[in-house]
Every structure is written in structure tokens, then in C-alpha cells.
Design a protein around this ligand. Sequence first.
Ligand SMILES: NC(=O)c1ccc[n+]([C@@H]2O[C@H](COP(=O)([O-])OP(=O)(O)OC[C@H]3O[C@@H](n4cnc5c(N)ncnc54)[C@H](OP(=O)(O)O)[C@@H]3O)[C@@H](O)[C@H]2O)c1
Length: 433
Amino acid sequence: MASRIGLGFFGLGTVGSAVVGALAERAARLERQIGRPFEVRRALVRDLAKPRAAPLDAAALTLDAADVLDDPDVHVVVELMGGVEPANSYVRRALQAGKHVVTANKEVMAAHGVELLELAAAQGRDLYFEASVGGGIPLIGPFRQDLAANQIRQVHAILNGTTNYILTEMAAAGVSYEHALAEAQRLGYAEPDPANDVEGADAACKLAILASLAFTSPVRPADVYREGITRIRAADFRYADELGYGIKLLAIAKRGAQGLEARVHPAFVQKDLLLGQVGGVYNAVWLHGDLLGRALFIGRGAGPEPTSSAIVADLIDLGHNIRRGVHNRVPLALDGRLPVLPMAEVRSRFYFRLWVSDRPGVLARIGAVCGEHAISIASVIQKEVDQHASRAELVFLTHEAQEAAVQRALARIARLDVVAEVASLIRVEDLAE
Ligand SMILES: NC(=O)c1ccc[n+]([C@@H]2O[C@H](COP(=O)([O-])OP(=O)(O)OC[C@H]3O[C@@H](n4cnc5c(N)ncnc54)[C@H](OP(=O)(O)O)[C@@H]3O)[C@@H](O)[C@H]2O)c1
């Protein structure tokens, strides 16, 4: 019998169990494809007594990482624990021990990917991470290989299914953020503590990985400006719709003359654009390459089966490498040194919504502050009037302006005696298809 490719798992939870299941179901086909069978030898977990969906003998479970790292018949470590530590140290130790690694861990790859890839290359081993961004959607492979001839100019992406579900519900049903979040939690799309998703941290990690690959220059999560979706109100969706837009949590990376932009924040996106129509828990990545032009990748960005699709594909590719005795066939040189622009210097269009005193002259005073900050107003809507409180709601859409100028102007506007509240500020991304 052909010699086996021994696998050791770090983590056997939602994704780990699905991967072990997919490997078992497809064992015969995978062996035909690769020429060798996979064998799941050990799996590190926290709790031996927990019931598990994985078709794996209980004797294979362990609480000791050394059982995986020191097993000479484990050729590949599949890291599916999540979190930065101890996962990062285990991946490092696995590579140092001469094992290949497949991981779905966006936090580890975003924060330590550059060093880990260098370590893998130095050790003559492979490090795969297709599942770390966009779940089952092929992204790392295309960015690394299929798009390599292009200079990528821009990436606009929806990288978090939880927030996309919440925003889709708010847009379709006119419900509040709190209501849509509760529904997402009931359906299992949002964690009991949703902070990581709704504050944009998850999307920022994924954008850091994609931007690093797109521009072959390291972008760290801390370089990514981020703003979550918790302050968006049902009224913002009504006005967005009236102006021809929807609202998405966008992950944006751009290459400009001064450096890179890397930011995650809610944005107005034209309703008729394909990206604007990506709803529910779906993820999408829309990019612009100088040769290819525009391309859109869309699919299920999370869930055990889609994620295992990416992990098993990594294992198949790795299996071919092992069989042929090669590694690092498509080297990733993230050796650019492109600076990431501070958010204050980024330019875009803006939507803002204010509650003001319902009396003459208010518009002129707000317009004057905008003018002093070189912000040109494209349109104004005044609709809601709270007659009880003599307040009116005013909505502005600006032409392109610098972030810092808009922030300064809004701080001034908030202090005007005729302004009761600056209720919303959302950036507008006008994209050409
Ligand atoms: N879920 C998705 O849809 C999805 C999609 C894309 C990427 N990912 C990524 O895939 C990875 C795994 O996600 P998941 O949803 O499968 O997580 P999960 O269900 O929470 O599973 C984590 C597994 O790791 C084990 N574990 C965690 N910390 C450990 C520690 N310190 N020592 C030993 N074992 C430890 C847990 O052991 P016990 O079982 O004993 O608790 C569990 O088996 C994460 O990096 C995640 O970001 C997930």
C-alpha cells in the first residue's frame, strides 16, 4: 500500500470535525487523486469528554500538543483552534519540527503570517491558509497564483457574513440594528458576544491578509482603519435607498500614488452594482487588476462545509507536493514596503445625517462650515420634522473630500446652537463596474 500522509489536528470543533468528515467521505477519491491516502493520527482538543461529530477514534484525541508535534508520522498539522495564542506558537513549532501546516486561522495569519511564511520557506515546508479569508471562496490561491500577472489596484470586499446578514435584514425589513442582531444570534449567524464581527475586527484581519497578497507588501491588522456597524440606524437605510444606495460593511484596499489604503467601515454602495446586491451571509471580493480589469468572487464565507472545502483543497495540493518531493512551488514574497496612509488623509464622498432646529438659516450655517473646510455638498434632503420638538432631520451627500476635513467640519457643526445631533456619518464608495 502507498505510504500514508499523516495528519495531526490542532482543534476538532466545528471546522475540524467537518474536515475529518469530508476526508473520510472522500477517502477513495482523494487517494486516487493524490496517489496516497490521508491518515488522521492525532487531534489536540481541550475537553476529551466532549461529544464530537468527527468520525475519529476517541484514542486519537489528546490534551498534549507534544503528541501531535513529536509524532514522526504526522507530516501535516491542520491548525483549526482559532485565536492568536497558543495557535501561533503551535504553528511555529510544527514548522520547526519539519511539518507542513494548513490553517484556517485569520488572526494568526494576519498578525504573524509574514514571519510564518518565511519560517516555512526556510524549513523547506509549506504553509497553506486558503480558509483564513472568505471560507469556501477561492481567494488566497487566486491572489497568490492566478492573478499574479496583474498589478492589483483596488479590492472592495464583504468579508464578514454576520454583519452582511444584519445589514441585509435592516435594509429589507426596516428593522433596528438590535432586532437584526438578535435574529442573527437566534439563527446561529452571530456569536453570543458579537463584538469581533460587528466592530469590524474579523473583517480587518481578513483584509490585512488579502491586502498583503494583493500588494505583495505586509499589511497588519493594526494598519487597517476600522469602524463597525453598531451606529447605523433604520433611517440611514431609508435615505440610502432614496439616494440609490445600499449600506454594506466594506473592506477596502487601494494602491495609490502616496501609498496604500486599508479600511473597514460601513459604506454606501450603489444598489445596482453586483457587489451591492450580495446579501445574507454571503461574502464577496471585487477587485481591479490592470490586465484582468474587474472580477467578482462570491460565495459562502463561513460554515463548516464551505470552510472544509478550502482546507481539503489545501491538503490535496500539499499531498501532490509531498508525493513529488517539492515545496513552496508558488513562493510568496511579501517584500514590498508600501506605507499605509493614515485614515485622516483618505479621500471619499460622505453622507451625514443631522437633527437641527426647524427654523430658517440653519442650512446656510451648516453650508458655510462645510465651505470653510473645502467640502462641497452634492445634495441635501430634508424630510422628517419632529413638530413636537421643533426639530428637522437633514441629510447631506458631499462630493469627494478629505477625511480629516470632514471630521473637523462635523465637530464644528455639532457645536452650532442650531444643531441638536450629528446622528450619522457614513462614507460613500462610488464604484464603476
Ligand atoms: N466556523 C467557521 O465557519 C469558520 C470559517 C472560516 C474559518 N474558521 C476558522 O477556523 C478555526 C476553527 O474554528 P471553529 O469554528 O471550528 O472553532 P471551534 O468550534 O471553537 O473549535 C476549536 C477547537 O479547538 C480546540 N481548542 C481551542 N483552544 C484550544 C487550546 N488552547 N488547546 C487545545 N485545544 C483547543 C477546541 O477544543 P474543544 O473541542 O475540546 O473545546 C475545539 O476542538 C478558527 O481559526 C476560525 O477562525 C472558522
